[in-house]
Ligand binder design. Sequence first.
Ligand code: ADP
Ligand code: MG
Length: 157
Amino acid sequence: MFSLTTTTAEQTQGLGRQVGSLVTSGDVILLDGDLGAGKTTFTKGLALGLGIKRPIKSPTFTIIREYQEGRLPLYHMDVYRLEAGGGDELGLEEYFTGDGVSVIEWSQFVEDELPADYLMIQLRRMATNENVRQLSFVAHGEHYQKIIEQLEDLNHE
Ligand code: ADP
Ligand code: MG
């Protein structure tokens, strides 16, 4: 696990951008955190890191938005509004086995559909200041462990 703290939305976006530059085809990134934690902010940066210039909109109502114009396709999902057990109807497996990078906000709602390997990023608001966020990166599988190591190298003082 690798953790760090950000104090502005831009910093969180910057970390997303780094992750966007490190991911490869078929990667799955889970974003865990309460409303307003910064999941969509992080995804905006990740999209920039993939070279996507079109603005990222929160897929809260559409559940999935696809962006095809970057280095790799981005499948941005927010499954908060899914009915319980509605994950199987989305055909998530096709996204996970596709060429693109899947980013899932509120992934706990589709727990049963998730692949064995993924990068989980937990975003936590700190009580001390409303702009402080702690981001923890947890790898499931060797591929994502390598991404975390590269991220550590990029952020080490
Ligand atoms: P979520 O998708 O998790 O619901 P959003 O990314 O939509 O959250 O919203 C996060 C809000 O918090 C934005 O308004 C953003 O500007 C603000 N914010 C303040 N500080 C930070 C920070 N350090 N990291 C991320 N967002 C921050
Ligand atoms: Mg969001």
